[in-house]
Design a protein around this ligand. Structure first.
Ligand SMILES: Cc1cc2nc3c(=O)[nH]c(=O)nc-3n(C[C@H](O)[C@H](O)[C@H](O)COP(=O)(O)O)c2cc1C
Length: 251
């Protein structure tokens, strides 16, 4: 039984599934309109503008070779807050939109299979100057933050949802990426799921490098309690669910 399971999970890592798919029957080929590029915000949700690229002064100036060489995982951070400008830079580096092509396609700072970009970015904010503590979501199209809610026990709750890893309760901000699988399934059907995870890897690597450029550090985290993390993000756990997180702060 266990061997069987292992085979199935190994199959997931391969691209054999592609040859089993009738691509003429995917939603894209049947003419179903593409899903939205970002999860649409509700009208009454508060938005916060983020500084655009031309307004970042002295943020992100580092030699690429040095950034790659100095990259490593950090689990302890200074108590210093991050600025909103630095956060803006990190969000741009991980999911920023460079060019919108049409309602279903936009090029971002990271690659994505079929340019489908099936991820959303949530932020558990505990210490960013000028931002109330709370849960936020990034709106890449507008380069804005969406305020979701505040909770005085947020720090403790995210530690519990991250299976007791204390760094997420101390980090000024934790990036939490969710997947909206349909955005990828619309084109790739059951070949969507492996590439969503490949995409997430690029996003997190950009976060590591961007952190190096602002004197910050981060640590990829894939160990968490699925249901508790989804509850914390207020997502349904079916059409959207957490897949990866990264606490970060000054080092
Ligand atoms: C996919 C992935 C999942 C990880 N999950 C965790 C985690 O849950 N907790 C943790 O402390 N570190 C986690 N790490 C960090 C690794 O432990 C770390 O990358 C590894 O020890 C190598 O260290 P370095 O990143 O400093 O080179 C994860 C890294 C990756 C890439």
């Amino acid at each position: 039984m266990k061997e069987n399971l292992r085979e199935r999970y190994r199959y997931f890592l391969k691209d054999s599934v592609r040859l089993t798919i009738d691509f003429s029957r995917t939603d894209q080929h049947r003419g179903v309109p593409p899903p939205p590029l970002e999860k649409p915000p509700a009208q009454d949700q508060q938005r916060i503008d983020l500084a655009k690229k031309d307004k970042w002064e002295n943020i992100g100036q580092i030699d690429l070779k040095a950034a790659i060489e100095s990259r490593s995982s950090h689990r302890h951070f200074k108590d210093d807050p991050l600025t909103l400008g630095e956060l803006s830079f990190l969000l741009w580096a991980t999911q920023g939109i460079k060019k919108r092509i049409d309602d279903g396609t936009a090029y971002r700072t990271v690659p994505s299979a079929g340019c489908r970009h099936a991820l959303e970015t949530y932020l558990c904010v505990l210490n960013i100057s000028g931002l109330e503590k709370g849960m936020y979501r990034y709106l890449p199209l507008e380069h804005q933050l969406l305020f979701l809610y505040s909770d005085e026990h947020l720090s403790g709750k995210i530690v519990t949802a991250a299976l007791g890893q204390p760094m997420v309760g101390k980090a000024p901000v934790t990036f939490i990426w969710t997947a909206i699988p349909y955005r990828m399934e619309w084109r790739y059907d059951i070949a969507a799921h492996k590439v969503i995870l490949l995409d997430a890897g690029h996003v997190c690597q950009n976060l590591y490098l961007a952190c190096s450029a602002i004197g910050a550090g981060t640590c990829a985290v894939a160990a968490y309690h699925q249901e508790l993390m989804d509850q914390l993000l207020q997502v349904d756990g079916e059409e959207e669910f957490a897949i990866y997180l990264a606490p970060l702060g000054k080092i």
